[in-house]
Design a protein around this ligand. Structure first.
Ligand code: PGA
Length: 265
């Protein structure tokens, strides 16, 4: 029974279950008004794939006014709703600016800005309370991988989010598996490595009573035009979180087209 709950192939065979792929650009700390206009101007919606771009806060209004058929997202958020928190941006503000998605727990936030598992859980909760969709990033370091601790680390990271938001809200989140060693390094996980972790992640979700088969698990970390097809062909890879390649319109659109061509599993 558990098998049927999380196994995409079985579900596909029995119910023609469909989840369209989602490709999300993460611009990180990049952009300026002129470059953004050119980049967004060259990116348009495609049939068969959901697309989003997560831009720096100051450019949300500009991106909201230029995007068409591509969802808007932010790269982080405050865990607080309002008050004396200088420099913070709330999820309600992001909703008002037209965001649909918010990345939480990106490894750069965890390692460079000291966000721990509990903080990531609280941020995911604030995003959900504002009616937005958190893209919860999880992933292991190279040392953790080499020590055979991949699922232990990811389970801990996801467990903190589940503890904060609860089971019902977990089903409304998107999960992004981003091995830290693959982010911005040019060394992506192989399609088989990604599939192995995605399948284990889906099993983890099913074991925690989440509607695992219908949840989206994106892969992120050095996704490029050259490796997107192999990654998106994997049954448990439901799309991608794209950093560097999302800054080049031609590459981002090619990756999105590849996702559309790989359809659903
Ligand atoms: P990358 O970044 O595609 O540049 O490796 C991915 C991410 O950090 O989300």
């Amino acid at each position: 029974m558990t098998c049927i709950l999380y196994n995409r192939k079985l579900l596909w065979a029995s119910f023609s279950f469909m989840v369209q792929k989602l490709v999300v650009g993460n611009w990180k700390l990049n952009g300026c008004l002129a470059a953004n206009e050119a980049l967004i101007g060259a990116c348009g919606a495609l049939a068969g794939v959901d697309m989003a771009v997560c831009v720096p806060f100051p450019y949300l209004a500009q991106a909201a006014s230029l995007l068409s058929g591509v969802a808007l997202g932010a790269q982080t958020v405050s865990e607080f709703q309002s008050g004396a928190y200088t420099g913070e941006v709330s999820a309600e503000m992001l909703a008002e600016m037209g965001c649909r998605y918010v990345i939480v727990g990106h490894s750069e936030r965890r390692t460079l800005f000291g966000e721990d598992d509990a903080t990531v859980g609280r941020k995911a909760l604030s995003v959900l309370r504002a009616g937005l969709v958190p893209i919860v990033c999880v992933g292991e370091s190279l040392a953790e991988r080499e020590a055979g601790r991949v699922m232990e680390v990811i389970g801990r990271q996801l467990g903190a989010v589940l503890g904060s938001i609860g089971l019902q809200q977990l089903s409304r989140t998107v999960i992004a598996y981003e091995p830290v060693w693959a982010i911005g390094t040019g060394r992506a996980a192989s399609a088989d490595e990604a599939q192995e972790v995605h399948a284990a992640l889906r099993r983890w979700l099913a074991d925690h009573d989440a509607p695992a088969a219908g949840m989206r698990i994106l892969y992120g970390g050095s996704v490029k035009t050259g490796n997107a097809a192999a990654l998106f062909a994997m049954p448990d890879v439901d799309g991608g979180l794209i950093g560097g390649a999302s800054l080049v319109a031609r590459d981002f659109m090619a990756i999105c087209r590849t996702a559309a061509a790989n359809g659903d599993h």
